[in-house]
Design a protein around this ligand. Structure first.
Ligand SMILES: C[S@@+](CC[C@H](N)C(=O)[O-])C[C@H]1O[C@@H](n2cnc3c(N)ncnc32)[C@H](O)[C@@H]1O
Length: 246
């Protein structure tokens, strides 16, 4: 008996790993999040139980404690349980907490990494996050803190890093992100790309600058890519024939 923590990638089923696809096809139960693409959920066999534990931003939803209880319950009753998470299970996915809860109940786990939206989101918009000469690194942060908790990020340090900054869970907090970075000294004309529903047929993109970020509502889910690389769209490079295959 084992619970497999599986990354579903950013949504396009073509970006699922071979191991993730194999586990999905033979599992007894899938406990899944909101941001797992519908085509990926369609791969779950009809006999398998599906448990939707998706949390919708701003809406009342199932607690992490309840999710842990569901995992322990199914993990102690079934041979193959897949805990399917959007992107990579360990990138803002609370995978560590779930592994700890399962270990405390004596249930084995393994992890199947997934392609994180932090990187695939940018690539899907034709952005290479470490383009030579524009960025010698990238930093991935969440805009959202636990309710009541202090923001542990030093935004003025982030403003000065000089790496591409990728912000997840930043849709509703986009203006606050912009203000903190501007306060920290980041240039107002710093390019920003907002990539929404990245890699899905419904993907949309907005290019703007830091001083404009968040003045208009930002749809959810979105990846915010901040830095010089966000001004580039490699799909427009003629040799690529307008197409980047992810
Ligand atoms: C709770 S975090 C989980 C991140 C996930 N574990 C990963 O590695 O991509 C959810 C956030 O990921 C981002 N996200 C996930 N999938 C996305 C997609 N297809 N397009 C844009 N943003 C996405 C959004 O910023 C969203 O608010």
């Amino acid at each position: 008996m084992s619970v497999h923590l599986v990354g579903a990638g950013p949504g396009d089923p073509g970006l699922l790993t071979l191991r993730a696809a194999e586990l999905l096809r033979r599992c007894d139960v899938v406990v899944h999040d909101r941001l797992c693409g519908s085509e990926i959920l369609d791969m779950i066999p009809p006999w398998a139980e599906r448990v939707d534990v998706g949390k919708t931003p701003g809406a009342p939803s199932i607690s992490q404690h309840e999710i842990n209880e569901i995992l322990v319950d199914r993990g102690s009753r079934f041979d193959c349980v897949v805990r399917l998470k959007g992107g990579d299970p360990f990138v803002f996915g609370r995978g560590a907490e779930e592994i700890e809860a399962l270990a405390a109940a004596g249930i084995e786990t393994d992890v199947v990494p997934g392609i994180t939206s932090a990187i695939a989101g940018a690539a899907a918009a034709g952005i290479a996050i470490t383009t030579r000469g524009l960025a010698s690194g990238f930093t991935v942060v969440t805009a959202r803190q636990e309710p009541g908790a202090e923001d542990t990020l030093d935004w003025s340090a982030l403003a000065k890093l000089g790496t591409t900054l990728v912000v997840l869970m930043g849709a509703r907090l986009a203006r606050r992100v912009a203000e903190r970075l501007l306060d920290g000294g980041m240039a107002p004309d710093t390019p920003v790309a907002i990539v929404t529903e990245a890699t899905l047929p419904t993907q949309t993109e907005t290019r703007t600058t830091l001083d404009q970020l968040g003045l208009e509502p930002v749809p959810n889910p979105s990846v915010l890519v901040i830095g010089a690389v966000a001004a580039v769209d490699l799909r427009r490079v003629p040799q690529l024939n307008g197409d980047i295959r992810l």
